[in-house]
Design a protein. Structure first.
Length: 395
């Protein structure tokens, strides 16, 4: 017999195990190191952690130390359910490990007669173990198993109790990892929601502090000579433009949520980037930022070098517009007035204004600027930036 766990699970070795455990929620690779340290601390041969379904019948994923890959695969695919301790383990209370020698009705001489031992465990020189459910929720069960050889002896009661002093920390680490994983899942979902916005955009607060900026918008702003981002804050070198931007931000983030407006950010002597400043309130992203401390504005950037194609069929499907109404909505979004649209399609301006009223009702807008914003930020927009003309591959 041995009492390795009594000596190994104390002092610096114990502290090191705890340090590794509480690193694992943010760095899942630490679980492998935890198993290595656990094997050494308890004087054991090998260890495994199994993530199983709620009924603990199917292994969904696992990590292991000191078990050959092929033998471990044979275990998770078949021998896991031939282990003579498993049926009884399902009936035992979760939150602690149990000694195979002391806590199960299958005696050692009976164990040596089983398929599990003769076809699998004997090849590994695995004769003893402690095992148990260390975490369980409505979807999955996590079990920890530690094994010893015949020469290392079985896990004595004092050793099993000492190992179980560690199990509550394993449970906490797994609970923390579950919470961290949920937050990470939410973060990725939010990032996906942000990046599918039709226009390059940024979310900013009243002072111009950037809360989020799309990759397209970040690249675009880097090209603007008058635009600066310092300490995550957007500012314009031209005092007049900066003052105009601050007024618009103040307007849309105030309690009454003003409509905002458009400013032109100089790109060159003859071109500029149109920046539409709008309240986040009422936007599809507003729910994602409902708990933000201060109201936010959303800035959309329109690059004149980018060709904007409005999918009329998509507009018709999105808002239930007729073909004629979708043409009017697209024309307004391109900056055309009712008279220009009438001239383009050889209609009377009265007809166009009648169609525009119907478009307002179907899109839930009341002004041409609102309609333009609604269309330009919808899935009906297709962007394509014409590449520069190159006369050679090395040009």
């Amino acid at each position: 017999m041995t009492s390795s766990a009594l000596k190994g699970l104390q002092g610096k070795a114990h502290e090191s195990l705890l340090d590794t455990l509480y690193e694992a929620p943010c760095n899942p690779d630490a679980w492998q190191r935890f198993l290595d340290q656990l094997i050494e601390a308890t004087g054991s041969r090998s260890a495994r952690m199994l993530v199983m379904d709620r009924s603990a019948e199917t292994v969904q994923s696992s990590i292991k130390r000191n078990i050959d890959d092929a033998d471990h695969q044979a275990y998770v695919s078949h021998f896991v359910n031939t282990c003579p301790w498993r049926p009884e383990l399902k009936e035992k209370a979760p939150g602690q490990l149990y000694s195979s020698y002391l806590d199960f009705s299958c005696r050692q001489n009976e164990f040596y007669q089983t398929e599990f031992f003769n076809d699998w465990a004997s090849r590994q020189d695995i004769h003893h173990g402690v095992c148990g459910t260390v975490w369980q929720d409505e979807h999955q069960t996590v079990q920890l198993l530690i094994q010893r050889t015949r020469g290392q002896g079985h896990y004595q009661r004092e050793e099993t109790d000492r190992i179980n002093d560690l199990v509550m920390h394993v449970r906490r680490a797994l609970r923390l990892q579950s919470q961290v994983s949920a937050l990470e899942h939410t973060r990725k979902a939010l990032e996906y929601t942000l990046e599918v916005q039709a226009q390059p955009f940024a979310l900013v607060d009243r002072s111009g502090k950037i809360i989020h900026i799309s990759s397209e918008a970040a690249s675009l702003l880097e090209e603007l000579p008058q635009t600066m981002i310092s300490s995550s804050r957007l500012s314009l070198q031209d005092p007049r433009l900066h003052s105009q931007l601050m007024r618009l931000l103040d307007d849309v983030t105030a309690r009454h949520h003003g409509a905002g407006g458009v400013i032109t950010l100089p790109l060159s002597a003859s071109h500029g980037i149109r920046c539409l400043v709008s309240p986040l309130h009422g936007n599809s992203l507003s729910q994602q930022y409902s708990d933000h401390q201060h109201p936010l504005a959303i800035l959309y950037f329109q690059d004149p070098r980018t060709e904007v194609y409005i999918d009329l069929d998509c507009l018709m499907q999105l808002y239930g517009l007729s073909e004629a109404e979708s043409r009017v909505a697209a024309g307004i979004s391109r900056g055309l007035g009712p008279q220009q649209i009438a001239d383009t399609y050889q209609l009377s301006v009265h007809t166009v204004r009648t169609q525009l009223k119907s478009v307002f009702i179907k899109t839930g807008t009341t002004r041409q600027s609102e309609l333009a914003k609604e269309v330009l930020t919808s899935p009906a927009i297709r962007h394509w930036r014409r590449p520069e003309l190159r006369l050679s591959r090395s040009a």
